[in-house]
Design a protein around this ligand. Sequence first.
Ligand code: HEC
Length: 134
Amino acid sequence: MMTLRHMPPAAGLAALAVLLASALLGTSSCSYDNEQELFAGELSSCDSVSVTYRGTIQPLLAQHCLRCHGPTRTEGGVVVTAHHDVQTLGRTGQLLGVIQHKPGYPAMPDDEPRLSDCDINKVKIWVRAGMPDN
Ligand code: HEC
């Protein structure tokens, strides 16, 4: 659900993703000052620049998901153990659906609060980057 409380960070995340995308494509570095202004808020401490599967996504899933979707438990028939498991969930939209608490998806983690905006943003960036095994 989009509540007012969530709107500004969501807008910031979208803008950040766009800027990251253009940075990755090697476009101008002149926008640097703008980025500084745009993200001087709560996201400034969120390192979403160096997102990798092994360095970012896997540890995040290990901390918040693996206990129910790993070697010992496979709730809902879902596992997030291997890269290709997570990639499949990313392709179907389930991964972003559940962690963003989108309508139509069971909210995950099941028994914990929603992940931080920073963590959700990292997963979004990784999915948009094509879910590399890096
Ligand atoms: C405490 C246990 C628990 C934790 C922690 C947990 N899940 Fe789940 N998960 C479940 C259960 C139970 C279901 C089945 C719920 C349902 O279908 O309503 C489920 C279902 C799912 C599904 C299937 C959704 C669908 O569309 O049917 C996905 C994807 C998923 N979890 C991802 C995650 C991710 C990603 C995390 C970590 C951010 C996570 N889960 C953390 C218990 C957990």
